[in-house]
Design a protein around this ligand. Structure first.
Ligand code: CMC
Length: 435
């Protein structure tokens, strides 16, 4: 008999079970044969927040959180950030291999051709209240694109899927820029397909009638690198949402909107905005020790620290720290960096953080650099969503074409009442204090 198996003894019955081990893991459904009575459902695993459950097989992104390794399709993130453009990495994630020169040129042209959004979508954006958060506008407008492209529902056609994926990738910066300008009552700027992906985004964000917006190539390149770093991160909360919603065969606009909604929370992509708010609250280096004490007492969280998977320095945070220096050479230093560096210095020496393996994550420095580049904090999570759409779509495509995947449907451990019978209104006892 193969050694690739687990032997389980159920001490309730004395029965022994052999469970095959594949790729170092067991299948949860193999545990179903473990039962006391034949008519029982069988044993499940209870895993709130999926701390130890693999829900798919994926060939896209590899993370070794103990060492601090991140690879897309096998390539180290450091090499991709240094040598590639964001659209090159988008192709890699979505197609599996790096593009040739001609493939990349065609891909760039194709994506840039799809940047415009339908005029009715623009009107939809105009309907939001003047102070609507750009991330919420992005989520709602992405969902609304489903009405513009009803053919997206045919998720079984690979050509159709690819067309919708390109549209989503291309239109996210346009929706993001329109969402941003809405708050200022500024006219929407149409995309300029002669510019690069990131330079066009900044043009749509910041162009005024006079003078015309001229992008700084270093800033555009740094934004490109930041987009590469955020493009995918295996089964995080928003990607798991994309797969979960997509598994019901909802169209990709609705699935991306759901994934973006998951991203918006402060424990996920919303952390970059929360870090800036925290740094402003701390104010100066001198206030850092007192803030660390508040964190240790459990009164607040150190935003931008900690990660479910990384128990070492997040490799993306290291690259962002380097990129911050490049940006500061042009924009001048964002004084918040001093507070952030002091927070990191003290935290990395403190037993509370060392013992729990809490290190800076991607969001710790990204807000500081974005702010130095001229982005307002309420746009930070949107800046996370624009590149992450690539990862969501690559993972969605992988899920749709995976024969093992079905509609996602977790089980539960029921803890409520056993059967009980209807009580007429006059016999019920109050359960709330009506004050
Ligand atoms: N500040 C203070 N204590 C923390 C922090 C933090 N940022 N993160 C975790 N801990 C403590 C936590 O209180 C717990 O302590 P104890 O064992 O005494 O109860 C221990 O560390 C383990 O934490 P956990 O909450 O079980 O870890 P998790 O894997 O469920 O949460 C996390 C991961 C990222 C949600 C969490 O670290 C956190 O809330 N960080 C701040 C928000 C943040 O920066 N989010 C961005 C994540 S990276 C970008 C992305 O992928 O979205």
């Amino acid at each position: 008999m193969s050694d690739n198996r687990l032997t389980i003894t159920d001490h309730r019955t004395g029965a022994q079970y052999e469970v095959p081990i594949v790729d170092g893991n067991i299948r949860a459904t193999d545990l179903r044969k473990i039962k006391v009575q034949p008519d029982e459902f069988g044993m499940m695993t209870y895993d709130p927040a999926y701390l130890n459950t693999a829900s798919c097989r994926s060939a896209i992104t590899f993370i070794d959180g103990d060492i601090g390794i991140l690879r897309y399709r096998g390539y180290p993130i450091e090499e991709l950030a240094e040598k590639c453009s964001f659209l090159e990495v988008a192709w890699l994630l979505m197609r599996g291999e790096l593009p040739t020169k001609i493939e990349l040129e065609c891909w760039e042209q194709r994506v840039m051709r799809h940047c415009m959004i339908h005029e009715t979508s623009k009107k939809f954006l105009e309907g939001f209240r003047y102070n609507a958060h750009p991330m919420t506008m992005l989520i709602s407008t992405t969902a609304a694109l489903s009405t513009v492209y009803p053919e997206a529902k045919d998720i079984h056609d690979p050509v159709n899927r690819e067309r919708q994926s390109v549209r989503l990738l291309a239109k996210m910066p346009t929706i993001a820029a329109y969402s941003y300008r809405h708050a200022f009552g500024l006219p929407y700027i149409y995309p300029d397909k002669t510019k690069s992906f990131t330079a066009n985004f900044m043009h749509m964000l910041w162009s005024m009638v006079e003078p015309k917006f001229i992008d700084d190539p270093t800033i555009a390149r740094v934004l490109d690198i930041l987009f590469i770093l955020h493009a995918d991160h295996e089964q995080n909360c928003s990607t798991a949402t994309m797969r979960q919603v997509g598994s019901s065969q909802a169209d990709p606009y609705l699935s991306v909107a759901a994934a973006a909604a998951a991203l918006s929370g402060p424990l996920h992509g919303g952390a970059n905005e929360a870090v800036l708010i925290m740094l402003d609250e701390i104010g100066t280096k001198a206030n850092v020790p007192a803030y660390i004490e508040k964190v240790k007492k459990g009164e607040v969280k150190l935003m931008g620290f900690g990660h479910r998977v990384y128990k070492n320095y997040d490799p993306r945070a290291r690259i962002i720290k380097w990129a911050a220096d490049e940006v500061f050479k042009i924009t001048g230093v964002n004084h918040r960096i001093e507070v952030a560096l002091e927070l990191e210095r003290i935290a990395l020496q403190d037993e509370y953080f060392v013992g729990r393996k809490l290190y800076p994550n991607v969001d710790f420095y990204s807000g500081i650099i974005y702010q130095a580049m001229g982005f307002r904090p309420d746009l930070f999570t949107v800046l996370f969503a624009i590149p992450r759409v690539v990862g969501w779509l690559a993972q969605w495509e992988e899920m749709i074409t995976d024969k093992e995947q079905k509609i996602a449907r977790p089980r539960q451990v029921y803890t409520g009442y056993d059967e009980r019978h209807f009580i007429p209104m006059e016999d019920r006892k109050p359960t709330t204090d009506l004050g």
